[in-house]
Design a protein around this ligand. Structure first.
Ligand SMILES: *Cc1c(COP(=O)(O)O)cnc(C)c1O
Length: 372
C-alpha cells in the first residue's frame, strides 16, 4: 500500500540537529526583533544567494506588500495573471490597481512585448513573476521600465537559488521578494525576504517591517509587523546546510521525468537550459490536444491513484471575483495565459519523493491507452 503522493512535501532536517538551536533560544530568551539567528541568517542567505542586501520577513506576502510600500508605488501596476494570488493581492492591500498583461507562450512569464500597450499616465510599476523559477526577460522589462520611468519589482517566490550564466536572477529590477513557505524549495515553515542592491532601501524596508520605528522615539511611516522570529531564522540556518542536496535530489527527479516524457505525444515539457542553474521547484507539463484525455481528466485519473498533481496556475488570478471585472481581465486580453492554465499540470517533485512513487506517476501518465 502506497500512501498519498502530494505535489510537494516540505523538507525538514533531522530534529536532533535543530535541538541545539532551540536550547540557545531558550537560554537567551531573545525570541524576535533582530536576534542572533536573524542577523546570522541575513548574512548567510545574502552570501548563498549572491545578493548585497537582504531583509528577512515573516512570510512572502508581507514582504511583497512592504516592498510596494518601500518604493511608494501608487496608481496602476502592470502584472501577470499567471501566478499565485498573493502577487495581485499585494497590490490590492496597497490600494494599487492591477493591470493584467498576457504571458509569453514558452516561459509563461509576463510577455514584455505586450507591456508597453498597457502603460497609462497612472502606471507606476511592473510587478513580474519568475514563474516556476524560469527567469523573466529581465533585459527587455528593464528597458521598458527605464524608458517610461517605472519601478520594476520581481516576485521571485519560485526563484530561490536560480542563476543564469553564473549570476543570480535576484539582482534584477529595483527589488525581488522571496518566499520560504513550507511548500517552497527552501523553507522556514513560513518566511520570506526582500532582496535589493541599495543599502538605504534596505534600511527603509527594515523600518517598515518593524512598525516604522527608526529608533525608540521615531516612527517614519505606518509600518507593519513583518519580522521573522528566531525560531524561523534558526531553522533557516539549518536548512541552508541541506539546500544544495535538496536541489540535487530534485534535479535527479526532474531528469527522470524528462526522460520519461520526452517522446510522449501530447505531453509538452518546458525547455531545459544549459546556461541556467535551476532549482527544480516545480515540474510542469502541458497536456495538449493529441494526448488522449484532457488535462482535467488526467488530473482526476491521477487522484484516483492517490497522486495529487496540481493545476498551478488554474484558475488564472484574473478569473477570481475581485479581479474579473477589470478591463484587463477580459479573456481576449489574456489568451495565452488562458490556454496554458487549461493545459498545465504540476507533477509531484520534492527531495523525499521515492523512485518507486515517481515510477508510479510516470506509469500512470503513460498508460493512457487503457482509458478507452
Ligand atoms: C508562495 C508565493 C507567494 C506568497 O508567499 P508566502 O510566503 O506564502 O506568503 C507569493 N508569490 C508567489 C508566486 C508564490 O508562489
Amino acid at each position: 500500500m502506497m500512501s498519498k503522493i502530494f505535489v510537494t512535501q516540505p523538507f525538514l532536517p533531522p530534529l536532533e540537529e535543530f535541538m541545539p538551536y532551540l536550547e540557545r533560544i531558550w537560554q537567551e530568551k531573545w525570541l524576535t526583533n533582530n536576534g542572533t539567528f536573524h542577523r546570522q541568517l541575513e548574512t548567510k542567505l545574502a552570501d548563498y544567494l549572491g545578493v548585497s542586501q537582504l531583509s528577512l520577513f515573516t512570510n512572502g506576502t508581507i514582504a511583497l506588500i512592504t516592498a510596494l510600500q518601500a518604493l511608494r508605488i501608487t496608481g496602476e501596476v502592470i502584472t501577470t495573471p499567471y501566478t499565485f494570488v498573493a502577487t495581485a493581492h499585494s497590490l490590492i492591500w496597497n490600494k494599487n490597481n492591477p493591470v493584467f498583461v498576457d504571458i509569453d507562450p514558452t516561459t509563461f512569464n509576463i510577455d514584455p512585448n505586450k507591456v508597453e500597450a498597457a502603460i497609462t499616465p497612472q502606471t507606476s510599476a511592473i510587478l513580474a513573476v519568475h514563474v516556476y523559477g524560469t527567469p523573466c526577460d529581465t533585459e527587455k522589462l528593464q528597458q521598458i521600465a527605464d524608458v517610461y520611468g517605472l519601478k520594476l519589482i520581481y516576485d521571485a517566490a519560485h526563484a530561490f537559488g536560480v542563476r543564469q550564466n553564473g549570476n543570480t536572477v535576484l539582482n534584477h529590477g529595483d527589488l525581488s521578494i522571496l518566499s520560504f513557505h513550507a511548500t517552497k524549495v527552501y523553507n522556514t515553515f513560513e518566511g520570506g525576504a526582500i532582496v535589493c542592491n541599495d543599502e538605504k532601501l534596505k534600511q527603509r524596508i527594515d523600518y517598515l517591517k518593524n512598525f516604522g520605528f527608526a529608533d525608540e522615539v521615531t516612527v517614519m511611516a505606518p509600518g507593519i509587523n513583518g519580522k521573522m522570529n528566531e525560531f524561523q531564522a534558526a531553522l533557516g540556518l539549518l536548512q541552508l546546510d541541506y539546500i544544495d542536496q535538496c536541489i540535487a535530489a530534485r534535479q535527479t527527479l526532474a531528469n527522470r521525468y524528462r526522460r520519461a516524457f520526452k517522446d510522449l505525444p501530447g505531453i509538452r515539457l518546458l525547455p531545459s537550459h544549459t546556461e541556467r542553474e535551476e532549482n527544480y521547484s516545480y515540474f510542469p507539463i502541458l497536456i495538449e490536444e493529441d494526448y488522449p484525455i484532457s488535462r482535467n481528466q488526467l488530473y482526476s485519473k491521477l487522484r484516483e491513484q492517490d497522486i495529487y498533481a496540481r493545476r498551478y496556475f488554474y484558475p488564472l488570478v484574473s478569473d477570481f471575483p475581485m479581479y474579473r471585472g477589470l478591463p484587463s481581465a477580459a479573456e481576449n486580453n489574456l489568451q495565452v495565459a488562458k490556454q496554458v492554465s487549461e493545459q498545465i499540470l504540476c507533477l509531484p517533485i520534492y527531495p523525499d519523493l521515492s523512485e518507486e512513487s515517481q515510477l508510479k506517476i510516470i506509469h500512470n501518465i503513460h498508460k493512457k491507452k487503457d482509458w478507452f
